[in-house]
Design a protein around this ligand. Structure first.
Ligand code: SF4
Length: 252
């Protein structure tokens, strides 16, 4: 699959109009979530490096900033997302700084699985210019972590929680914690009670409950019905992320 640096703007379920930034070749991540909409992780790694040339990303952004597409319909935000875990790119901080200067009116958003903040010194410093960080946490037990997120061997539940706590402690912007609910794995009372305790330790600004919206990486993955998701959201002190009509994504 050819690599793309920027895509959209798309209408995001949470963020409205959003230009996406992809910093990774398909599919590079520290997790291999069974529900991933990008497919199976083929490069399961915690190594930070320049997976896509930083200059290529900056050139694409400059081109977009000078385009009539941007002038006529500027997006609400610019979001690091794409084909894997954005914090694996070793120039994330440099690119974030570049974006803040080039697009001062747009919110800068990072969608991340949040696993790497305790494993890589300096990463917290690199994300300080984000306006909103959306990390995820799907599991409150090592078993659920293995069943849903299938992490790199160096990531444990403890290192994951430590990573999210450290992000909350040092990051001054908004943190919206995303929890993906998989039927039969993390929707039991025991798991949810434990998740609630972990959420209290992290103390995010918002808790957002996510469920299948597209084809998952693993066949057979199911989300509970909406009424159950709403019940879970109430219990965890959060909200269910609404579904949107399907829109096409323009890769540029
Ligand atoms: S963390 Fe995100 S990109 Fe990585 S496997 Fe999970 S859902 Fe996919």
């Amino acid at each position: 699959m050819a690599q793309k640096c920027i895509f959209g703007p798309i209408i995001s379920r949470r963020l409205g109009s959003s230009l996406g930034i992809n910093l990774l070749p398909h599919k590079t991540c520290s997790l291999n979530c069974i529900y991933c909409e990008c497919g199976i992780t083929t490069n399961l790694t915690i190594e930070r490096k320049e997976y896509i040339p930083t200059l290529e990303v900056m050139e694409s952004l400059k081109k977009y900033a000078a385009s009539s597409r941007f002038r006529n319909a500027p997006p609400y935000c610019i979001t690091f997302a794409g084909w894997g875990e954005p914090t694996l790119h070793s120039s994330l901080g440099e690119i974030a700084h570049f974006i803040k200067k080039l697009f001062p009116e747009q919110k800068l958003v990072l969608i991340t699985n949040g696993t790497l903040f305790a494993l890589h010194e300096g990463l917290l410093e690199e994300v300080k210019e984000m306006d909103i960080i959306i990390p995820s946490l799907d599991a409150a037990s090592p078993q659920a972590l293995q069943m849903i997120d299938r992490p790199h061997p160096q990531i444990t539940l403890n290192s994951y929680l430590e990573s999210l706590a450290s992000l909350r402690k040092h990051f001054l912007g908004e943190i919206w914690l995303e929890i993906f609910i998989v039927e039969g794995i993390n929707d039991s009372e025991k798991e949810l009670v434990s998740l609630k305790e972990k959420i209290a330790l992290i103390s995010p600004h918002r808790v957002q409950i996510n469920a299948l919206d597209r084809k998952p990486a693993q066949e057979g993955v199911k989300s509970p019905p909406l009424t159950r998701l709403e019940e879970i959201a109430r219990f965890l002190g959060g909200e269910v992320i609404p579904s949107l009509p399907r829109v096409s994504t323009v890769m540029v």
